[in-house]
Design a protein around this ligand. Structure first.
Ligand code: SAH
Ligand code: SF4
Length: 397
């Protein structure tokens, strides 16, 4: 069962062409500077920024009028100068298994273009994972990934990355005030417990914005999701991995997908620049690794390409000495792809080799298939959806 929320039902909370900049995405330092723009004297800026921060990221307010511990006059000046922008929700789809996918339309960029991105929420028994995007499209061209075929690419701003989390909190009613009012609150007091940067884009090609966004998302006085529950997935941008360890400090996932350079060159062309050995070398150096803090290796199961018993054994050899877990991802097919997903028995046999070698290797069960919410599918379905939606609206008009 799929429900669709059209743009009409979810009006944007701000005017699409509003010239006022959004405060979302500013670091604490930048937020204090922004207070200067509305006449807050230097000595009070940090304090005011702290108050505004609390309202925006802890309370989740969307209007300055709600910031009741700030004088009316200052609230008015803030409102004249800034917005607390959220992206426009073009559609919300809810899968029969509870997975939700949002198509979000961003504010116009400097060229006036309004791009769209997707964010997915996957509820499970013991956790709720939000999969967020770091770019519109992706400059890389992994041959099994739908996003990689998308032409339009731009980096998301820190605000656009953080706002995906805020929009999801709005929609699943996950702000502290919602939870307090919830007669049947989720275990642990939250619906969204984990964040993965596994949507559209290569996060390490948008390093600074991703770093700022993760700082915001993990800030204890705000959205407050610990960095241990935030996982950055990279296709293997080796030179940025040490920086990610030193400056971002989230958990790391590596899209390995193959055990020989020959096959990985075909699947992840970036491998020609940064081959497997260099990639695993960078993983070995990643700070803070232990059995309790492992690197996740993602491995998409492609029939007849990378799924043999020899591959499984080579994988065990490659990972030796790295605190690792392996995520076997059944390939999610998309229209026009040259690949097929491995048979179930093959996947199980592959997982068995890993398990015997001591690697927990859960097979990621496909979620939200009915709404095309799975990894690597975040792309053109949204365009189709919009066409369908437009037709429906026109028919109803
Ligand atoms: N660019 C980053 C993060 C986004 S992709 C990266 O590549 O790691 C998130 C994960 O989805 C990656 O492991 C990616 O390889 C995988 N993926 C992409 N297309 C897929 C598909 N069609 N089926 C299954 N997994 C896919
Ligand atoms: Fe980009 Fe990741 Fe897709 Fe490769 S798998 S094209 S890096 S989004």
């Amino acid at each position: 069962m799929t429900t669709l929320l059209t743009a009409r039902e979810a009006p944007p909370r701000y005017l699409p062409n509003d010239p006022r900049p959004s405060l979302i995405g500013l670091t604490r330092q930048a937020l204090a500077e922004a207070m200067g723009r509305v006449g807050v004297p230097e000595k009070q800026r940090r304090m005011r920024a702290g108050q505004v921060w609390h309202w925006i990221y802890h309370r989740g307010v969307t209007a300055f009028a709600e910031m009741t511990n700030i004088a009316g006059e200052l609230r008015q000046r803030l409102d004249e100068t800034f917005v607390i922008g959220r992206p426009e929700i073009v559609s919300e789809q809810i899968s029969a298994d509870g997975t939700r996918k949002w198509l979000l339309r961003l504010s116009p960029d400097e060229r006036g273009a309004r791009h769209e991105i997707e964010t997915v929420y996957i509820p499970e028994e013991d956790r709720g994972t939000l999969c967020i995007s770091s770019q519109v499209g992706c400059t890389l061209t992994c041959t099994f990934c739908h996003t990689g075929t998308q032409k339009l690419v731009r980096n998301l701003t820190a605000g656009e990355i953080a706002a995906q989390v805020m929009t999801a909190r709005d929609r699943v009613k996950d702000w502290p005030r919602d939870i307090e009012a919830n007669a049947n609150p989720p275990l642990g007091g939250r619906y969204i417990t984990n964040i993965v940067l596994m949507g559209m884009g290569e996060p390490l090609y948008n390093f600074d914005n991703v770093k700022d966004a993760i700082d915001i998302i993990s800030d204890g006085e705000g959205l407050s999701l610990s960095k241990r529950r935030i996982t950055l997935s990279t296709s293997g941008v080796v030179p940025e991995i040490p920086r990610a360890g030193a400056e971002i400090g989230s958990m790391l996932a590596i899209s390995l997908h193959a055990t020989t350079d020959e096959i990985r060159n075909r699947l992840v062309p970036l491998n020609k620049k940064y081959p497997i050995e260099e990639l695993l070398g960078a993983c070995r150096q990643y700070p803070g690794l232990s059995n309790a803090r492992r690197i996740t290796f993602e491995y998409v199961m492609l029939k007849g390409i990378n799924d043999s018993a020899a591959d499984a054994k080579r994988l065990v050899q490659l990972l030796k000495g790295i605190p690792a877990k392996v995520n076997l991802i059944p390939f999610n097919p998309w229209p026009g792809t040259q690949y097929e997903c491995s048979d179930w028995e093959t996947i199980e046999a592959f997982a068995e080799v890993l398990n015997r070698a001591g690697y927990a290797s859960p097979v990621r069960t496909p979620r939200g298939r009915d709404i095309m919410a799975a990894c690597g599918q975040l792309k053109s379905e949204s365009q189709k959806l919009r066409a369908r939606e437009r037709m429906a609206l026109e028919a109803g008009a």
